[in-house]
Design a protein around this ligand. Sequence first.
Ligand code: PLP
Length: 400
Amino acid sequence: MTTLARRMDTIAPSATIEISRRAAEMRREGLDIISLSQGEPDFDTPPHIAHAGKRAIDEGQTRYTDVDGTLELKQAIVAKFERDNALHYATDQISVGTGGKQVIFNALFALIDPEDEVIIPAPYWVSYPDMVRLAGGTPVCLECDVSQGFKLTAEQLEAAITPKTKCLMLNSPANPTGAGYHREELAALGEVLKRYPQVFVISDDIYEYLAYDGWAFTTLAAVVPELFERVLTVNGVSKGYAMTGWRIGFGGGPKDLIRAMAKLQGQMTTNPSAISQAAAVEALNGPRDFLVEHLEIFRQRRDMCMAALNAIDGLSCRAPEGAFYLFISCQGLINRRTPAGEVLERDVDVARFLLDTANVAVVPGTAFGMAPWFRISFAAATERLGEACERIAQACSTLT
Ligand code: PLP
């Protein structure tokens, strides 16, 4: 048997990937599985962006680029931060990586020493705690209840900060809850952070363009300019631009951190794909009317799924301000019995029951640090979502 490094014991395989694997296996067995487990828009990359990628190949943009992004892409990102967020970065304050995931990973590796603490509001994106552990740090997960809109409060933050606190992870709108912070809420967190100069913030804004019901996206570095030098503002093209497979993410932050991230990336992956970078330039600089069209489709799907799922005895969910997820309480199903006689003790049992009985793949809240809940992604085709909700209702009606 191979003796693996001890660090491999500190992390778990991604729960979302595990569910998708099981769903794929069932699909291969011929079952009609509806997967609501993955956070990926079902739309194709808009044609003008895809063409920019093809053009890059034809023009021979197929070689290494600068490690942390081409100057052209960095300029497009600077312009994006100015236009959308009123954030003023220079190109040497920008880092481009293979997805927002790599940018966050680089940042944590560049920031965290052993025993440093990183505050992570829960429910959280599955990758944050494991990334912190891999970097040698300690994740400090703070439960943010539905009664507080799944959002970290200033009081909670202040109570959690210790001399070892190095970093705070913020994600708005959030995965898995869709919770979005209002300007005043960020300002209140900012007031606390101003008193603790050793705390750095990674603001993960990857779902920026997915905002509903008049909720206005805003980001910490813009709301609290005094913190500008202590924030890495992370974003990317995966979610908003339907470009998950192109693997381009980026961050804006202090020069010394950006340089350190480039040093790391230079020893790991070097530059993100040159072709994808060219496509990302077109995404950021080109026409963006499709964002409004996609958003309207997502809003309709959100409303449809919320109405259908809230009507099911035992389930309830709040309206998310953004992103494309519903985080659903299944407290009302706990301790109920399936027709096969199994008692649903945990959200993991509920997710397994829904996969086996309704053939619908969802992700248990346990994976995101809050139980008993589960997450669905409504970034799937509208008809399939409708059918999935019907199947979930049917399956739940068999519980006693
Ligand atoms: N941040 C959050 C909260 C996410 O949900 C994801 C993807 O699921 C990412 C970052 C990373 O996205 P990507 O690496 O595709 O840019």
